[in-house]
Design a protein around this ligand. Structure first.
Ligand SMILES: Cc1cc2nc3c(=O)[nH]c(=O)nc-3n(C[C@H](O)[C@H](O)[C@H](O)COP(=O)(O)O)c2cc1C
Length: 180
């Protein structure tokens, strides 16, 4: 029997974090095995319990779990997934990843993995247009990571601009193409 492809949906702390729930639902419907990982700030927007329930799996959040098996979780995940999708990706997380910081589980997994990596940024339009963000996104592209650009839409600040997370169905479609 063909092995189910495994996806890690990594959620960082932006207002569109709740949309990762719908993405996971779509990906599971398409037959993928899905694990969720959250930054501590993502957990301020959406609860780990929600992700545990919709994936039926433990949520990756801590690197220093008391009941850690012999192999650290970030390496086990890095070795076992076919694709990591950061949805949404904050300006902060993009900066960390572009510059090699590994101070929480998601950046560790991505730095340690040979799997495909998809980044879906979402932020305020001025943040998205800031030179540091542009430079960091350019760097991530040069690492071979696939970008799913944000679109024009209503932003959390009340304005309309480019920075709105791409449609979840479009993100799921891109992931499916990459895993074919
Ligand atoms: C209400 C609220 C909404 C936010 N939305 C975003 C966002 O959409 N994108 C973004 O890059 N940062 C956003 N931030 C700022 C991030 O939460 C902040 O940079 C945080 O340090 C990100 O942490 P993480 O990257 O470790 O998850 C928001 C903050 C608040 C309080």
């Amino acid at each position: 029997m063909k092995r189910k492809k495994e996806i890690l949906v990594a959620v960082t702390g932006g207002i569109s974090a709740y949309k990762a729930c719908e993405l996971i639902r779509l990906l599971r419907k398409k037959g993928y095995g899905v694990t969720a990982a959250l930054t501590r700030n993502a957990a301020k927007f959406v609860t780990p319990l929600t992700f545990r329930t919709i994936t039926s799996r433990k949520v990756a959040m801590e690197m220093f779990d008391e009941d850690m098996p012999w192999e650290p979780e970030h390496i086990a995940l890095a070795d076992s997934v076919d694709l990591v999708a950061v949805v949404p990706a904050t300006a902060n997380f993009i900066a960390k990843l572009a510059n090699g910081y590994c101070d929480e589980i998601i950046s560790c997994v991505i730095t340690a993995t040979k799997a495909k990596v998809v980044i879906a940024p979402a932020m305020n339009d001025n943040m998205y247009n800031h030179p540091t963000v542009k430079e960091n996104l350019k760097k991530l592209k040069s690492f071979g990571y696939m970008m799913i650009k944000p679109v024009k839409g209503a932003l959390a600040c009340g304005r309309v601009g480019v920075g709105h997370l791409a449609e979840v169905a479009a993100i799921a479609g891109e992931i499916e193409k990459l895993l074919k």
